[in-house]
Design a binder for this molecule. Structure first.
Ligand SMILES: Nc1ncnc2c1ncn2[C@@H]1O[C@H](COP(=O)(O)OP(=O)(O)OP(=O)(O)O)[C@@H](O)[C@H]1O
Ligand SMILES: [Mg+2]
Length: 253
């Protein structure tokens, strides 16, 4: 399971070949993407400003429509194009397609922000069994068929768990999780992660990644957080000496 941060820079990185290598090795790969910066920029270009509440995007009707347009119309095709260029049969879907990501409203105050309630992996299983790589946009559907904006990291974590992924790789716009001195932490264990979250050293968009990692340690072999902008980004992320962060319990002494 690979989650690609939405920034154009990350999407343009050399991720395609890494995914191609995994697929050629027989791995079933699912990609999820974000796109918060693209959504904010697109809205700004339309003269609409974005309201944040405790780091989360307040999503009114117009913002939700903008999210659908930007994720499904701009970000996903860019990722699919990147993967196709590397010879990967990427297929863009979004959470509501095939009922893959079912959500409920996360909070009244946030509007159309969904919290993942349930994942139906059948469409993903069918696609990966046929050799395709699903590229999942961060949207969800509720029991009444209404669409929601969902944090891409939460989607990736839920899909990793439901598909019994061996690894979850977050490719983002920083080299990894930084400590209070700005140094990338190569091996982040749960007590240190919880401490850095409490101290606010892990903030903003890094919070859902680290929280997801902590929640997944019993289910996946590895959760990696690394730069998506470097060459061989995916290979480096999966390499314990590749310069990113690996979240795992402390090894026994
Ligand atoms: N301790 C930390 N170490 C590293 N980055 C941190 C830390 N605390 C906060 N951050 C921020 O988290 C950001 C990454 O999350 P962000 O949500 O911006 O990107 P993304 O999730 O990859 O993209 P998208 O949200 O579009 O999917 C970094 O750019 C950095 O500013
Ligand atoms: Mg993010």
């Amino acid at each position: 399971m690979v989650k690609i941060g939405g920034t154009a820079e990350v999407a343009a990185g050399g991720i395609g070949r890494g995914i191609r290598a995994l697929v050629d090795d027989g791995a079933r790969v699912v990609v999820a993407h974000g796109g918060g910066d693209e959504l904010t920029a697109w809205r700004r270009a339309q003269g609409r400003h974005t309201v944040w509440r405790e780091g989360l995007r307040v999503t009114d009707d117009q913002t939700r429509d903008d999210a659908v347009l930007v994720f499904r119309g701009l970000v996903a095709p860019a990722v699919v194009g990147d993967l196709q260029r590397a010879g990967v049969s990427a297929v863009g879907i979004s959470g509501p397609d095939g009922g893959v990501v079912r959500v409920r409203r996360a909070s009244k105050l946030l509007g159309w922000v969904g919290a993942v309630r349930q994942v139906d992996t059948r469409l993903l299983d069918d696609l990966t069994a046929a050799g395709h790589v699903p590229v999942v946009s961060p949207l969800g559907v509720d029991g009444r068929g209404r669409l929601y904006n969902v944090n891409g990291d939460d989607v990736a974590a839920a899909l990793a768990r439901a598909t019994r992924a061996r690894a979850l790789v977050f490719l983002t716009d920083v080299d990894g999780v930084r400590d209070a001195d700005g140094r990338v932490i190569a091996h982040l264990d749960p007590p240190q992660a919880r401490r850095l979250l409490r101290q606010g050293v892990i903030a903003g968009g890094m919070i859902p990644k680290v929280r997801a990692a902590l929640g997944l340690l019993d289910y996946v072999d590895a959760v990696c957080i690394a730069s998506g902008t470097r060459r061989r980004a995916l290979q480096r992320a999966l390499d314990p000496a590749g310069g990113g962060t690996r979240v795992a319990p402390a090894p026994p002494l």
